[in-house]
Unconditional design. Structure first.
Length: 280
């Protein structure tokens, strides 16, 4: 009687058979084209698998490239911003130099019309007290500056020196409330006294009679009375004249000709007495 179940091939036999089949396929693949259709089908099937397995690497490379590109763009933007700032700074510096040159030319033109000897000075400070109009210039006793030395810019008188040091001086502007200056009208030589009001853009004439021949637009010059300021220098222009029949004097407001808060360079008018070291 035969057994119901027969024993199958052993594992060693299977391996041997597979080895022979593989060897036969290799020989056939090398020396014939019989397996080319199979290879093509296998390649078509495997290609998407290769693409999928390589996708993480490609994604990583793309992300790295994007990151490098973003960093390069940010670095380029930062460099361009620095260049723009440098160019703006140079442009402002050139504009400042041009403005200074223009102001110096104006001063030199004004100096040619001044009979006295003049000295160019630079404003290096302004009083922080809003109740006083005082500037500091970079010239002092070592440069011949004395108490009372008149200071002007290209447009007109600014003030006078009230304190001197070896290399710097303090200048009281004509707009300071404590300052008064003898003036006369260019048109008819009517004399008056211009007082500071504490306003950089306004002076006031003291004790001008209602009958005095003064009008809007009249140019006021320094009269030279008192010996402090030279005669004939522009002081201001009359802005308004108000006459009240009930008052003895007219209210006359004057706009200073000097650029009280815009000048950077000024002229110190050196008189012969100051050259000898004297003071008024």
């Amino acid at each position: 009687m035969k057994p119901l179940f027969t024993r199958g091939p052993s594992p060693e036999s299977r391996i041997l058979v597979l080895g022979l089949v593989a060897a036969a396929l290799i020989v056939v693949n090398i020396y014939t084209d019989w397996l080319q259709p199979v290879r093509d089908r296998v390649a078509s099937f495997v290609a998407p698998l290769y693409w999928l397995t390589d996708a993480p690497g490609r994604v990583g490379e793309w992300a790295g490239e994007q990151l490098r590109t973003r960093e390069e763009i940010e670095e380029e933007n930062s460099r361009l911003r620095r260049q723009v700032l440098l160019l703006e700074q140079r442009s402002q510096l050139l504009a400042s130099v041009k403005a200074e040159n223009t102001q110096l030319k104006e001063l030199m033109n004004s100096a040619e019309t001044v009979d006295e000897r003049v000295l160019v000075a630079q404003i290096i400070g302004v009083s922080p007290d809003p109740l006083e109009h005082v500037l500091v210039i970079d010239k002092g006793r070592n440069h011949g500056i004395r108490l009372g030395t008149p200071i002007m810019d290209a447009s007109g008188l600014l003030g006078q020196v009230i304190e001197t040091g070896p290399s710097a001086s303090r200048v009281l502007l004509i707009t300071d409330p404590s300052h008064a200056l003898p003036v006369q009208v260019l048109r008819n030589s009517v004399r008056a006294v211009a007082e500071g009001t504490g306003d950089l853009y306004r002076l006031k004439l003291r004790h001008v009679a209602n009958t005095s021949d003064v009008r809007e637009g009249d140019l006021l010059l320094s009269s030279g009375l008192g010996g402090r300021f030279p005669a004939g220098y522009p002081v201001g222009e009359i802005m308004s004249v108000e006459r009240d029949p009930g008052k003895a004097f007219a209210d006359v407001e004057v706009q200073p000709r000097g650029r009280m808060n815009r000048s950077r360079f000024v002229l110190a008018v050196m008189s012969e007495r100051e050259d000898r070291g004297g003071t008024e």
